[in-house]
Design a protein around this ligand. Structure first.
Ligand SMILES: Nc1ncnc2c1ncn2[C@@H]1O[C@H](COP(=O)(O)OP(=O)(O)OP(=O)(O)O)[C@@H](O)[C@H]1O
Ligand SMILES: [Mg+2]
Length: 305
């Protein structure tokens, strides 16, 4: 594999469906990677600027979002050093904010030869060379060149799935319409598919049960340990009248403190260090780190071997 098409260390939280916890998952995983003594940059590519708005106070936010001279588009086209755009949060993550001009940035990308590689070459590579270790990318909702650009940069994804109807369909669409076509161009590693915002039990007929079943039957290799359910459990669930010996509780679960933390612009580990789901964000952080290290080692073999 040529070294220059390897992913930079990092991950895109992706699924083309609104409200499936892409942004909050990215923030929590980013913070857990940073907690292992890494310099982590979160890149907000979403034109709705949600992450940027959450993390910054209103005055800073308005200044940043309306700055015509210094925004991610300027960095992508070589006019601004991306490091000058970073804003450090009080939990140790560096935010590369979105911009109200994201529509123009996408247009310019489309009109530029290999525009889709600009995020990688002009933003992520220089920041990596300047000592930033991991890049968590919050993509725009929906398909398009900015999502492709995010994948071209880090070539790795974590996919969140929530119990609301339709998200497994969203997963099929992401795999068919984004991951598979991109894999013709470069490798894309699915680091994890994780359920999120799961209610307390997966009792009969709940959408939690359906999600756990679909994921364990069709995507088991991508599930973190905390999300795995023994397939025999579903057979027991299918037999009416039979009581489950043990009700499985696959994570990541719905927690008020995760939601409150996010609304407050914080990862849950900072807002409520006692939250029982933090260990799952740690698991995902370790999966990202391992995936990146494995690829780095392969790269070294390719260079020296
Ligand atoms: N484990 C959880 N428990 C409770 N609430 C959660 C959990 N994870 C995420 N949420 C909440 O779910 C909501 C949607 O999350 P988020 O904004 O991250 O989704 P998104 O996919 O980025 O949405 P959009 O499509 O608008 O970008 C948020 O209010 C967030 O606080
Ligand atoms: Mg979002």
């Amino acid at each position: 594999m040529p070294v220059d098409i390897q992913g930079l260390p990092g991950v895109v939280t992706a699924l083309q469906k609104g409200g499936v916890t892409k942004t909050s998952l990215g923030l929590n995983v980013a913070e857990r990677i940073a907690a292992q003594d890494n310099e982590v940059v979160m890149i907000d590519l979403d034109h709705d600027c949600h992450l940027t708005s959450l993390l910054l106070d209103e005055e800073t936010e308005q200044g940043v979002l309306n700055d015509d001279d210094a925004h991610i588009g300027k960095a992508m086209f070589g006019d601004v050093n991306p490091e000058d755009l970073l804003i450090e949060t009080d939990f140790g993550i560096h935010l590369l904010p979105s911009t109200n001009l994201m529509g123009e940035v996408v247009d310019r990308m489309k009109n530029t030869t290999y525009g889709v590689n600009k995020l990688r070459h002009e933003v992520v590579v220089p920041l990596h060379e300047q000592g930033y270790d991991y890049f968590l990318i919050d993509p725009p909702g929906g398909e398009g060149q900015m999502l492709d650009a995010a994948f071209a940069a880090v070539q790795r994804t974590i996919i969140p799935i929530t119990p609301e109807a339709g998200t497994v369909n969203g997963l099929a669409r992401l795999l068919e319409r984004t991951v598979q076509p991109l894999r013709n161009e470069f490798p894309v590693d699915i680091v994890a598919i994780t359920p999120n915002r799961m209610q307390e039990t997966i009792s009969r007929d709940s959408s939690e049960q359906q999600i756990a079943r679909d994921l364990n039957e069709s995507f088991r290799d991508y599930l973190p340990e905390y999300a795995k359910v023994d397939l025999e459990v579903f057979e027991t669930i299918d037999k009416p009248g039979e009581r489950l010996m043990e009700i499985p509780k696959p994570g990541l679960r719905k927690r008020k403190s995760i939601n409150d933390a996010f609304k407050n612009g914080q990862p849950v580990a900072q807002y409520d260090p006692e939250c029982d789901q933090i260990e799952h964000f740690d698991t995902l952080a370790s999966m990202v780190i391992e995936s990146c290290k494995a690829e780095q080692e392969q790269g070294e073999v390719a260079v020296h071997g």
